[in-house]
Ligand binder design. Structure first.
Ligand SMILES: NC(=O)c1ccc[n+]([C@@H]2O[C@H](COP(=O)([O-])OP(=O)(O)OC[C@H]3O[C@@H](n4cnc5c(N)ncnc54)[C@H](O)[C@@H]3O)[C@@H](O)[C@H]2O)c1
Length: 247
């Protein structure tokens, strides 16, 4: 597709790059001729994925909860490619599932609550803080945060997930305000169910199915390209009509 040509020679920093949508996005960007800094806490899966993608993929083992790791990724991007054009922090997840702790919020260990906020909200915040100075220097850059339909809904076992995702809806406005005079924009894409694991098929949607990871990645990259230049500070649902089912 035409808009994919705009990624040739560009550099993208992708978190959660070892699996799911982050991996799919890294693969798509490398195919389009971009260089990708692939960040993930799962060192083994990350290194295998980057190796398979060849010399334009750089594995960077990072925990998005640690600001120094975000700085490490930004520095690697500059050392290897001299620029940062796109940041897409995919790393995230529903804290009860990720921490294997399914119980009401009032019984959740505080570590589970912390995980929910630190990975889903502070991860994107730290990576944006670390990558944005280079975008400002370049006078161009795009940050696409990954929200969720849960930013509109909620869950009694894991309310920090939706709280963090809806926090991103506001965060991208602030980043767009800070970046506007430097041609740096941010926006958020909020997916409904996406088939990164079989369980997502069980989530009801008006379309009667979940999205495929590639469908979501194509939508995200369209908005990250020049074709999406008018997406500034906004949040975009991609949910197969799930929100339409809700009262
Ligand atoms: N799959 C869905 O249906 C769906 C729906 C709405 C939103 N989302 C959001 O999309 C994003 C990607 O989802 P996915 O289904 O592809 O996820 P996934 O579980 O397949 O991948 C997440 C990746 O993040 C990495 N990760 C976890 N903790 C990390 C940390 N502390 N530091 C660095 N990396 C870490 C994991 O190792 C994994 O590789 C997430 O933010 C998720 O909340 C997903």
């Amino acid at each position: 597709m035409d808009y994919m040509k705009s990624f040739r020679g560009k550099t993208a920093v992708i978190t959660g790059a070892a699996s799911g949508m982050g991996l799919c996005c890294s693969q798509t960007l490398v195919k389009a001729g971009a260089k990708v800094i692939m960040c993930d806490v799962n060192a083994k899966a990350l290194k295998a994925a980057a190796k398979e993608l060849g010399p334009n993929a750089f594995a960077c083992v990072t925990d998005v909860r640690v600001y120094k790791d975000a700085e490490k990724a930004a520095k690697l991007a500059l050392r290897k490619t001299g620029r940062i054009d796109v940041l897409i922090p995919f790393a995230g997840g529903f804290e009860p599932r990720m921490c294997n702790s399914f119980k009401p919020f009032y019984e959740q260990p505080v570590e589970v609550i912390d995980w929910g906020v630190q990975v889903n909200l502070m991860g994107p915040v730290y990576f944006t803080r670390a990558c944005m100075p280079q975008m400002v220097r370049q006078k161009s850059g795009v940050v696409c945060c990954i929200g969720s339909i849960d930013g509109f809904e909620s869950n009694g076992d894991g309310p920090m997930y939706g709280t963090s995702k809806s926090g991103l809806f506001n965060f991208v406005k602030g980043i767009s305000l800070a970046g506007a005079e430097h041609n740096v924009r941010a926006f958020c894409v909020a997916p409904g169910p996406v088939m990164t694991r079989p369980g997502m098929a069980a989530m009801k949607t008006l379309k009667g199915r979940a999205a495929e990871p590639q469908e979501l990645v194509d939508f995200i990259l369209y908005l990250c390209s020049e074709a999406g230049a008018c997406c500034v500070g906004s949040t975009h649902l991609f949910d197969c009509g799930r929100i339409a089912l809700k009262p």
